[in-house]
Design a protein around this ligand. Structure first.
Ligand SMILES: NC(=O)CC(=O)C(=O)O
Length: 299
């Protein structure tokens, strides 16, 4: 019984920090080629498979089929699940036998509609979608002289949380700017999640300051694993992504940081660690909901 539960607690996770360019077809086929490479080196039939894992979960970056910029979203948007990108992903996960959190793509609500979202789809090895999440907090910031970005000029916010179960991992989804909102992570934690996944594309202003700090914060708050997946840094693009796709463990320690170039990283996550941290530092039982609820904010 002990052996069985320890087998089931491990999930192998691969983050693909993809180079994203202007051709949608090339972006999608490049992602799928890279996934083939990951599966051949780290999938269940590879020599590196530990025997502890049941499944391989691969994760793509935010906006992996389109340049990240408000002027591109309408041109690149597709309906889900019948657009080009979803068709290709469905075939790929079936061929490769993997779970896939497909970063995000610009989504058109229905054919002919002008309503667009920044949307993450989650795929099972049988080629079906098992989750869909629309970015809830839009990235609208203005730091004079550094960066102004207003996703709300072309995108609408999603209004629903999405959690999915893969083996022992209960995964709460967010996209990039969502990581700044601790309430979202708290709701996922309260709902039993032990893994938070944020495809993201921070930039060269906010990335060095906040990217790792926020992930460590969310991991420490929720005593969960946190993974982020960014596009690779491309100094020649209009929006320069920070890179540094990472996994943070439930203690808040950095397990892996992919730096800036196109690459992938693979880690085996043991969800027994969440239980240990939660038992040893039992903050979720020590929360003073009685005070938080009645506290009058006077400022
Ligand atoms: N791109 C984003 O959604 C968020 C970001 O870059 C930031 O919060 O900084």
């Amino acid at each position: 019984m002990l052996g069985y539960s320890s087998v089931m607690r491990h999930l192998r996770v691969a983050l693909l920090q993809l180079k994203v360019g202007k051709s949608k077809q090339e972006n999608v086929s490049r992602a799928i080629d890279k996934l083939r490479g990951i599966v051949s080196d780290h999938g269940p039939k590879s020599p590196s498979w530990t025997g502890k894992n049941k499944n391989l979960l691969c994760i793509l970056p935010e906006c992996f089929n389109s340049p990240y910029g408000v002027k591109y979203f309408n041109e690149y948007a597709e309906t889900i699940p019948d657009g080009f990108t979803c068709n290709e992903l469905s075939k790929a996960v079936k061929e490769l036998g993997i779970y896939l959190i497909a970063g995000s793509i610009p989504e058109r609500e229905t054919a002919g509609s002008s309503t667009l979202y920044n949307t993450c789809t989650v795929w099972a090895p049988d080629g079906t979608i098992i989750g869909k999440y629309r970015k809830m907090h839009l990235f609208d910031i203005d730091i004079p002289g550094q960066i102004r970005f207003q996703e709300s000029e072309t995108l609408s916010p999603g209004n629903a949380l999405t959690a999915i179960q893969i083996d022992e991992a209960k995964i709460g989804l967010g996209i990039c700017y969502d990581m700044r909102f601790e309430e979202l992570a708290r709701i996922y934690r309260n709902d039993g999640c032990n893994f938070l996944v944020y495809p993201g594309a921070f930039n060269m202003t906010t990335g060095p300051l906040h990217w790792t700090l926020l992930q460590q914060g969310r991991a420490t708050d929720t005593q969960s694993y946190v993974a982020t997946v960014s596009p690779a840094r491309d100094e020649s693009s209009e929006y320069v992504a920070y890179g540094h796709s990472s996994i943070i463990d439930p203690w808040g320690a950095i397990m892996v940081d992919a730096d800036a170039e196109e690459t992938y990283v693979v880690k085996d996550l043991d969800f027994g660690v969440c239980e240990k941290v939660r038992a040893q530092i039992p903050i979720s039982k020590q929360r003073r909901e009685d005070i938080y609820k009645t506290l009058k904010v006077t400022f």
